[in-house]
Structures are given as C-alpha cells and as structure tokens.
Design a binder for this molecule. Structure first.
Ligand code: G6P
Length: 607
C-alpha cells in the first residue's frame, strides 16, 4: 500500500525522509509528498508520479528543518494527482498529515465538517482526518490526533505535524503497519523496516491503538490513555539487502538470491538432517485433533498455498482446503475451534489475509502463519509462525518469497507427516536431503537457462496473449508463471489445466499464439504431451518446460527448456524459476518498469 516515513531528530529531515521513501516506493508509487516544519511554518511539497518527480521539485532548494513527514501513495480515495497526494493539509494550513489505510466513515465525517464551514480540495479521506485534527486542536497535537481517531472508523497509520508545535511529531496506528526506529540522531516512524535500515536496526513494532508523541528528547507511547512500554528489537536484515547491488532491477537480483534464500531457510528449519520447526509446529495430538485444515493467502502466496495443500494432503492422508483470503474472510462456515488455518503472506500485512487470521481466531481456530516479515501484523496476530527467511523482497513481483514459502510448507508437511506416522523418520531424512540439494541445483540451472529463456522472451514480447498449461502440480506452477508474466509484462496470460483446454479455451488457439506447457509430473507426461500436440496442430507456438527427456517432447516443442529432475512433489520449486525469468526478460524487452508495475503495490493492506 502506501509508504510513510517520518522523522524528528538532530539532522535535517529531508534527506532521511526522501531516502526512506525511495526504499518504500514499492509500496505505492503514483504520487509522493513531504512536509517539514521550520520555525513554526509547514513547508509542503507534493508531486504526481514516481518519487523522482518530487525529488526534482525539491532539487532547487532543499527544505530546512529537522521534523518532517513523507509519503508515497497507491491511490484508494481519488485519482493519483497532486491534490490527492499526501501530506494533506488542514484548512488553516497549520496541520499536515500522511496516512495509510482507509477511513470507512469519511463521507459522514466530511459532510459534518462541511456543515461546520470546512472546505475540501481533494477526494481523499485523509483530508477529512487532518481537518478533524484542526477542529480538535486545543494546544496539544497529541490530544487532537487522539480525538480525531476517536471519530474515525477504519484503518490508519498516521503521522501528523502542526505549525503550532515546532518540535513535535505525532504518529498513530490502527490495523495498518507502523514502526518506530530509534537512532542516535533521532526517532523515525515508517511503514516498514526497509525505510530505516540505512539509519538504524533498532525498531519498535507499534500495536493497534498506539499513539506516539515524538519530541526532540525522545518518544512516549500511549494506548487508550495509558503510557505503555514497547520492546526495542534488532532487525536481522541489513541495508545492502535492500539495494540492487549491481543488478538492473530488484526482481532479477531476487531471482538470483533464491539459492541463498532457500539455504538460509533450510538452516533455520533443519537440524541433524531432519525437520526441526520447534514451537512453530503442532504436536501429534494437536494435528490429529484438527477437524479441518484450511490454507489461505492472496496472489503469489496463494499459489504457494495451493502447492502446500498437496504436500499436506500427501503427508496427512486427508483433505486440506485452499481458499483465497478475499473469499474465505467472508465465508468460513466450517471453521471452528477445532480447525487449523494456515495463512501465507510475504509481507505479513495483506489486508485480506490478516482478516482471515482475525475471523478464524474469532471462531476459536488455531492460526499458523508462514510469513517473511518478522514483526508484521500477521506475524504478531497468529498463534504460531514459520518465518520464510528470504530476506527483504522489494520487487512487487514476488520470486524468492514464493520459493521460500514452498520450502516452508514442504518442511511443515514433512513434520506433520512424521508426527502422524505417515512418513518414517528415514523417509523424512531422505526428503530433507533432496530439498537441501535444491539450492545448488537451482544455482546451476539459472546459468544454463537464462540464454534459453531470453531467446523465448524475444518472441513472446511481440504477442498480446499467451496461455500456460499444466496438469496437477504443473498446473499450479503454471498459474504462478502466468501471474508473473501478466503482472510485469501486461501481456494477457491465462493458466489452465491442460485437460480443460478442450472445453472452450481451445477456440482461442490460433497461428503463432504462444502456449507454455509445464511437464514434470511423471504420471502425466504422456497426457500433457498430447495437449501440446492439440495446440500445435492449431498453429500455436509451443514452449515446453520439462524435466522429462522423452523424445516425444522434442517432436512437439518449438522451444524447450530442460530443467533438472526432482521428485514430483518438489518440481514447482524448480519449474517456477524459468517462468520468473521469462516474465522478467519479457518485461525488460517491453521497456516496462519491472520492479514497479502499473496499478500494483507490493503490500495491499486494503480490501
Ligand atoms: C499483492 C502483490 C502480490 C502478492 C500479494 C500477496 O497483490 O502485488 O505480488 O503476491 O499481494 O502479498 P503477501 O505479502 O500477502 O504475500
């Protein structure tokens, strides 16, 4: 969603705020703005478009002052333009506010303010909030923010400044991520740690309802009127992980980081050659007592959930449900206090997934989260957590997070399978060994595959539609491949089970249409090959991604990418990589902004 950075300290505020916004640009990038307080005056600058547009505006004369707020936006209320960019300023010009989240009752509040004589320049709900702060201001900014939040129904992370209080910054959180960063030079507030890594690794994860006054001398956190202490924790990530380190884009850097991410993940979840999830898993008795097991997530994480469902079904010999979070949150009639809900989320902040966590817990269910971000809302709300250990993922299109999600779920399945007695300890060790070899396998494959994929990308970049086919787990992998391609190339991509093709979609196959088919599932090779034949016979450009060296494949594939063989269940961990590369290269060839694709945001905290 949007990104917030705020600072109050001893150095000029503009530089750390802009730097932090640059790190957060992946959260939203349709407009940006900054407000800095100097000698009792608010200086505000905003620009439509990417952050560099704002930076250009500020290049003539940097704003002076050591207290400020900044924002990079992903539009929810109102189109992306300067008027709707944050910070929003109150009618009297004395208050500035940046906001993440959505104020649900903004129209009612706006009407009431209009009847009291307030006027509005933007379509945003944030402008309503900043005018409420003006209305309630009675000599104390913190009190005014507290009263304003009392009127608001919805979600927010706020950072507010007032011309009346030159040394004060006030921030507040409700269901929208906000952290504090503590450094020798002052105190930061930000939507996530990536913004702060160059300045401090000491952070505080704020709780819902926290209201923080940040002064020149430090900060005070209150919740429901009481002063509270929150733990300062060290973030395990370092600043270089959030830079491109010589790569052209974060996405290609993150694709290449997958072997390392998987190794890091294995180190923390495997011990003595077997799975060790410690407190992150359940006991045999608990597993057997679950009446139902659901998996839920959004986007790429949901594709990991679908593969994870198969792994768990294999491990437990019982049905596991997988449902997208935006649906499950409103329809979970069968989830009870005996159920287990496993949610997967890279960011740990996705609104729909967090809603599933809360709704499931309301029903008394156990929630296990698989997330990459320690301290995120889903991390903290869930009963148990498995961390993916992928390191910061900046590119909007998820790559290394997906592979570590798969790995985490495969290890969870092994753990469950052994505990319920479906897998022997030897079998688990053998499978762990296989998984432990995958990082090396992927490393070698990357080198070999890149030129092959590049040549195919040249061809598909000229097309406006593409199909992805697969059977079983290959279909699930194809879904992720198609999502990657459409997210960053904007080429229409549709994944479907190969066998379903003949029930309608085959009507769309025409001369030269690219069709990518994944073939890794040993039982289904022949059947998949006949589907490739079907589309080839109708003129399609057939691209086959396979670990099977059957000569039959060569006879039907116009282009073939040979990938290393694994057991069927783990094949998605390998087959996804060439598909990530294909999407990446195609996007580059089309001249798109790979890391920040249009209309998308990395962390979608709203519905
Ligand atoms: C957004 C992103 C996707 C991501 C999805 C789930 O839609 O654009 O790339 O897969 O959210 O994100 P999460 O952080 O929950 O894994």
């Amino acid at each position: 969603m949007c990104g917030i950075v705020a600072y109050n300290g001893s150095i000029a505020a503009q530089e750390p705020i802009l730097h932090g916004l640059e790190r957060l640009e992946y959260r939203g990038y349709d407009s940006a703005g900054v407000a800095i307080q100097k000698d009792g005056k608010l200086q505000v600058e905003r620009a439509k478009g990417r952050l560099h547009a704002l930076v250009e505006r500020l290049s003539d004369g940097p704003m002076e002052g050591t207290v400020g707020i900044g924002h990079t936006r992903w539009a929810t209320h109102g189109e992306p333009n300067v008027a709707n960019a944050h910070p929003q300023v109150s009618n009297d010009g004395n208050f500035a506010l940046v906001h993440n989240g959505i104020i649900e009752n903004f129209q009612t509040l706006k009407n009431a303010l209009i009847s009291e004589g307030y006027s509005f320049q933007s379509d945003t709900d944030t402008e309503v909030a900043v005018n409420l702060i003006q209305k309630y201001y009675d000599g104390n900014l913190k009190e005014a923010v507290a009263r304003a939040t009392g009127d608001i129904r919805g979600t927010y992370a706020f950072a507010a400044l007032s011309a009346h209080e030159p040394d004060t910054l006030v921030v507040a959180r409700m269901d929208s991520p906000l952290i504090l960063g503590v450094s020798e030079d002052g105190v930061f507030a930000a939507s996530d740690v990536a913004a702060l890594l160059d300045y401090t690794k000491k952070v505080i994860y704020l709780e819902d309802g926290d209201l923080v006054t940040i002064g020149a001398q430090g900060y005070t956190i209150e919740n429901q009127g009481e002063v509270v202490e929150r733990e300062v924790v060290d973030v395990p990530w370092d600043a270089t992980q959030a830079t491109k380190e010589g790569y052209d884009h974060f996405m290609i850097k993150e694709i290449h980081e997958q072997p390392k991410a998987l190794r890091d993940s294995l180190i923390r979840k495997v011990s003595g050659g077997t799975v060790d999830l410690s407190d992150s898993s359940y006991t045999r008795e608990e597993i057997l007592a679950f009446d139902r097991i659901y998996m839920s997530a959004c986007g790429t994480a949901f594709h990991a959930a679908e593969v994870g469902k198969r792994a768990l079904e294999d491990a437990l010999g019982r049905e596991v449900q997988a449902e997208v979070a935006s649906e499950l949150r409103y329809y979970m009639p069968f989830i009870t206090e005996k159920s287990l809900v496993i949610v997967i989320s890279q960011s740990g902040e996705t609104g729909d997934t967090l809603a599933v966590v809360k709704e499931a817990q309301k029903r008394g269910a156990q929630v296990l989260a698989v997330t990459n971000v320690v301290g995120s809302s889903i991390d903290r709300a869930s009963d148990k957590v498995i961390h993916c250990d992928a390191g910061p993922e900046i590119s909007v299109a998820s790559t290394k997070a997906y592979s570590t999600q798969l790995l985490s779920l495969f290890l969870l399945a092994l753990d469950f399978g052994e505990k319920v007695g479906r897998y022997s300890p030897e079998e688990v060790r053998a499978r762990v060994k296989e998984l432990s070899e995958i990082p090396d396998t992927i490393e070698k494959m990357l080198e070999k595959t890149i030129p092959e994929v590049d040549a195919i990308a040249e061809k598909i970049s000229k097309k406006d539609s593409i199909f992805y086919l697969g059977r079983g787990l290959d279909y699930l992998s194809a879904k992720e491949g198609a999502l990657k391609l459409k997210e960053i190339s904007y080429i229409h991509a549709n994944a479907l089970p190969s066998g379903e093709l003949k029930h309608g979609t085959i009507a769309l196959i025409e001369e030269g249409l690219p069709v990518v088919t994944i073939i890794t599932q040993s039982e289904l090779v022949e059947k998949s090959i006949s589907n490739v034949k079907e589309v080839k016979a109708r003129g399609a450009h057939t691209i086959v991604l396979t670990n099977d060296e059957a000569p039959e494949v060569d006879s039907v594939a116009d282009d073939k990418i040979l990938i290393p063989k694994t057991s069927d269940l783990y094949a998605p961990l390998i087959s996804v990589l060439p598909q990530q590369l294909l999407a990446y290269k195609t996007s580059v060839l089309l001249g798109n902004d790979v890391d920040k694709p249009r209309n998308l945001a990395k962390s979608v905290t709203v519905e």
